[in-house]
Design a protein around this ligand. Structure first.
Ligand code: CA
Length: 682
């Protein structure tokens, strides 16, 4: 990455010299219509001291606002209310920045910036680089970040990941996971919930971090945990709920997840304690990041800093809206792209975050995502970067430049969610009643196979028959996240209830097991939504982003009620972790070692992982999925097969007979029970 400074890029430009990031130039020009063209000439400031920097006994404040006529710095005694104890005029410096210094560092105080543009003073803002904030995030706080480090923080490290496909992702919202009265957790809905050992339900089942250890997932993926807008931190007893896809301060944690949102250090310290507790348990932490849009338009911290610059616009000057949330950011512009890169770097370094899930990633350009991945891998080679390879609406960003699922091969070290396997296995996400392969709807077989081979080129997969994508978009299985459900849309439990209305709960649980067995044995990285292992539901609410705890909380008594379901998931994860054949590292290996059998029965897929694939101890693993509600028959080669999964049961070291011996099969005609997976090895 390098900067190229040009004399004059746009005729009549105000600023000189004009610094443009060379690699982004082409995309930025293509994305800028006549309304946004002026931003091409804005200077890029590439220093790392935006916001507040402490140098010895001096506090340096720096704000980037190239169009500002004047900038004020307000100092307060408190995080909200009251008058400024001091207001300073900031001084214009290089590359569109404004600076002020205070000596000695006024620790314990709060600050805001205020920008004058077009002859008008805008509202106060903590800026876009506030690393500590007061209640509800309206003012930035001056604290000693070092003092927020838990004991042993310097030695804290997330799990080392040898190959990205070794990761098992568990997507979790802080309140969902701990807030139910029977969670046995004291710090309900808080970062600290994860730091509690030995928590159990009234029925004695493990909850919290012990539950995660028991389940065996390698990484927790936490829903947005930066400071978001919707939950009023001054009124925590109201128990407001929100997923948090309404970013306010990108570089400070959310206050409502802390035990004291009015103390700026507490949320930081408690989030770090959560990370450390998970790391101590060998579990990595992935954070959901939402740089693609902000909660507010004109009143966002971006708009109050440099109005217009950070967003894309339509030709009529209105905000373009690829996020479906009222605006979209402009990663192709120097300062926005840099902001994303520097922000994730900050979370990786200061909070030891092990991975980032990019919301609506295709609103960003591939070049920015490549910079993100390169910067994070330099800090920690085990960092996992993935995202939603789509937008939620049209965008001025050219399709070729978008970090789309279909463009994932242009990105190095970035993975995308496979909506192919998701919709093919359980039925389409937007039609509650629609069924998929695992629930008996024929015609999805080829798309499920696309999922099984992690969307890589495979001689036996006909992409022209794919429901969603028509070509092998992944060049490596490391680029694919397989899943059947997440926080969005119906939970798997609710989807099965709505699409299998006549079925019993036991039948739906069988379908859920089959669906997840497909995900967890597929090449690529598996991802699951918290609570599916206990068959949690959300009472049929598909968009529960602000639904109360009564909808979103996981009732942990389900772990007792659905103990068989939990054990199946546990064994399924153990199977995947014990067998590298499910985690091949290249498209070539998959093409060579994964062979589909010719079957002509609808809702039936049979394949083998051959020749000790990826160094597996098992020479051949046979995997058969029957999504029909009737038994199917397959012809197995003669041999000494050991049964790992059959008829809705799974044991990663082999199913046992009543006398304790391993279940075996000799091959030949073999029955595969309805809605179940048959897994064998020899
Ligand atoms: Ca907040």
């Amino acid at each position: 990455m390098f900067d190229l400074c040009m004399g004059s890029l746009v005729a009549g430009a105000v600023f000189a010299p004009h610094c443009m990031r060379a690699a982004d130039n082409e995309v930025a020009v293509a994305a800028a219509g006549k309304v946004d063209a002026k931003y091409l000439s804005y200077p890029v400031y590439d220093g790392d001291d935006l916001g507040l920097t402490v140098n010895g006994s001096t506090a340096l404040f720096r704000l980037w606002s190239p169009e500002a006529q004047a900038v004020k710095l307000n100092i307060y005694n408190q995080g909200r209310g009251g008058e400024p104890v001091e207001t300073m005029e900031m001084t214009k410096r290089d590359k569109g920045t404004w600076v002020a210094t205070i000596n000695p560092v006024p620790y314990g105080k709060f600050y805001t910036f205020q920008v004058k543009v077009g002859g008008k003073w805008l509202d106060e803002t903590p800026g876009i680089w506030a690393k500590a904030v007061g209640i509800n995030g309206h003012r930035a706080a001056i604290i000693d970040l070092e003092s927020t480090n838990p004991e042993g923080w310097a030695a804290d490290k997330g799990p080392q990941v040898k190959a990205i496909n070794d990761v098992v992702l568990y997507e979790m919202h802080h309140r969902d996971f701990s807030v139910h009265p029977n969670s046995g957790i004291a710090n309900k809905g808080k970062f600290l919930a994860m730091t509690e050992d030995g928590t159990v339900t009234p029925l004695g089942d493990k909850t919290g971090i012990d539950h995660l250890k028991e389940l065996g997932v390698t990484h927790v993926h936490i829903l947005p945990s930066y400071d978001y807008n919707s939950v009023d931190e001054t009124n925590l007893p109201a128990n407001q709920y929100n997923w948090g896809y309404d970013p306010y301060n990108y570089n400070a944690p959310e206050g409502s997840y802390s035990t004291n949102p009015s103390d700026p250090a507490t949320r930081i310290k408690e989030m770090k304690e959560m990370v450390k507790a998970l790391h101590d348990a060998g579990i990595g932490v992935v954070m959901d990041v939402v740089y693609n849009h902000t909660a507010d338009n004109d009143r966002s911290n971006f708009s109050l800093t440099a109005p217009g610059y950070f967003y894309r616009h339509n030709e009529d000057g209105s905000y373009s809206d690829a996020s479906g949330c009222g605006n979209e950011t402009a990663s192709e512009r120097g300062m926005m792209g840099d902001f994303i890169v520097n922000s994730v770097k900050y979370w990786a370094k200061e909070y030891h975050i092990d991975g980032f899930r990019f919301d609506l990633m295709a609103i960003h350009d591939t070049e920015t995502m490549n910079r993100v991945a390169a910067a994070l891998k330099e800090i920690n080679p085990s960092t996992f970067i993935y995202g939603e390879g789509w937008t939620a609406g049209g965008s001025p960003l050219p399709v070729d430049a978008r970090a789309l699922k279909e463009n994932v091969a242009k990105m190095n070290g970035v993975a995308v969610f496979s909506d192919d396997i998701r919709d093919a296995v359980k039925g389409h996400y937007s039609d509650a009643a629609d069924r998929g392969f695992a629930t008996g709807k024929p015609g999805n077989e080829e798309t499920v196979k696309i999922g099984i081979v992690a969307a890589t080129a495979h001689p036996q997969v006909d992409y022209s028959k794919g429901n969603n994508s028509k070509f092998p978009y992944a060049s490596s299985p490391s680029q694919i996240i397989n899943y059947v459900s997440c926080h969005d849309d119906l939970t798997l439990t609710d989807k099965l209830a709505k699409s299998m209305p006549g079925a019993t709960e036991a039948e739906r649980q069988r379908a859920a097991r089959l669906a997840q067995t497909i995900v967890f044995t597929s090449q690529g990285t598996p991802f699951m939504f918290a609570g599916e292992e206990v068959f949690r539901d959300k009472k049929g609410v598909h968009n529960s982003y602000k639904s109360p705890d009564s909808i979103n909380a996981i009732d942990w008594n389900l772990k007792h009620l659905n103990a068989d379901q939990f054990n199946y998931y546990k064994e399924l994860i153990a199977l995947r972790k014990a067998h590298p054949a499910f985690r091949m590292t290249s498209a070539a290996d998959i093409a060579r070692h994964l062979k589909f059998d010719k079957v002509n029965t609808p809702n039936l897929i049979s394949y083998s992982l051959l020749d000790n694939a990826n160094g597996d101890q098992w020479k051949e693993i046979k995997i058969v999925f029957n999504g029909a509600d009737t038994a199917a028959e397959v012809k197995l080669p003669k041999g000494n097969w050991t049964v790992v999964a059959r008829d809705g049961k799974l044991n990663h070291t082999g199913l046992l007979n009543a006398d304790g011996s391993l279940q075996t099969l000799a091959g030949g005609k073999t029955v595969v029970e309805p809605r179940s997976a048959l897994i064998l090895y020899r």
